[in-house]
Design a protein around this ligand. Structure first.
Ligand SMILES: [Zn+2]
Length: 311
């Protein structure tokens, strides 16, 4: 196993960050078929109850037409229905996620109106990141059967985790996260296999990844003894968890740069982390540089970030 990874897995607060982040992916993988089914039914019900939504968009309206209210009548009708079913219709909706002319035929285009920005290229539930799915559940009133304060609690945890500048969280934070995660999972007890998912989440939060690192030095396949079962974690799998989380973080930074709200400190911290970890740096530094350049093009990144990568 790569030496940098061994060092990271012996850093308790980094593994806290990694395990908590991966828990959100476990949750997302368990929930997406259920959420997708709900959105399909929601889309069907809208078409059934409001005949004007069945009219085809005559001129391929785009998200900009929706924002400026210059779209065709059927697309504006869809916009109005989306707002009618939004739990906070006065908040900013990310119309750039959507292709309005597809609202009539594609339930996931409808779902994307309730998500954070950056979903334009996503076309199915399984391609979403955890934040997208959590926000959909929070904002779309199709999900009024769940206690929204528990959903918001988990969204808050997810944001703290992803915005942790040094990619570390404390044991105390993990304790609170575990409570929020359990309360959220209880909301979806009707989802098939949720009991198994709950066990998997508990295992993930208790597994000692530093043992994985030690055991794996001589072996590419490692086993961690658990009270109930062997829990197999291969180093490639851990690297994949890291990649998922770093890609999510980079996507957020890119959207910030696109919207001229670049957080230079966050960019510097992530750059520092990548410089220290050559294995990750090889994979992600080019993307970070591109984001930094984009931020500078937009004129909002100060002199500090021009030093990125020049250490
Ligand atoms: Zn239209």
């Amino acid at each position: 196993m790569c030496e940098d990874l061994v060092v990271r897995l012996n850093d308790r607060e980094y593994t806290n960050w990694l395990k908590a982040g991966h828990c959100l992916y476990i949750l997302k993988d368990a929930l997406h078929p259920f959420i997708e089914e709900h959105m399909r039914a929601f889309h069907r019900a809208l078409l059934r109850d409001e005949p004007s939504l069945r009219a085809q968009c005559p001129r391929s309206c785009r998200s900009g037409d929706i924002k400026l209210s210059r779209a065709c009548t059927p697309c504006l009708q869809w916009k109005s229905e989306i707002l009618n079913h939004h739990r906070q219709p006065d908040s900013t909706l990310n119309w750039d996620n959507c292709t309005p002319s597809a609202w009539r035929t594609q339930h996931w285009e409808l779902a994307k109106a309730y998500m954070p920005r950056g979903q334009a290229r996503v076309h199915a539930a399984h391609q979403c990141d955890p934040s997208a799915l959590l926000n959909l559940i929070n904002y779309c009133d199709r999900f009024t059967f769940v206690h929204s304060s528990y959903v918001r609690e988990l969204i808050k945890c997810r944001n703290e985790l992803m915005h942790s500048a040094n990619l570390h969280v404390s044991d105390e934070w993990i304790k609170n996260f575990k409570g929020a995660l359990n309360r959220f999972v209880q909301l979806f007890s009707q989802v098939p296999n949720m009991t198994l998912v709950e066990q998997e989440l508990t295992k993930m939060l208790t597994v000692d990844l530093s043992i994985c690192a030690t055991d794996a030095v001589d072996s590419t396949d490692m086993k961690v003894e658990d009270d109930s079962a062997n829990y197999n974690i291969r180093p490639e799998l851990i690297s994949q968890w890291e990649a998922d989380l770093l890609q999510e973080r980079l996507r957020e930074l890119r959207h910030m740069a696109d919207n001229e709200t670049m957080d230079t400190d966050q960019l510097m911290m992530l750059d520092g982390f990548l410089q220290e970890n050559k294995d990750l740096s090889q994979r992600f530094s080019a993307e970070l540089q591109a984001i930094s350049a984009l931020g500078m093009d937009k004129g909002r990144v100060d002199k500090q970030s021009s030093d990125l990568g020049q250490k």
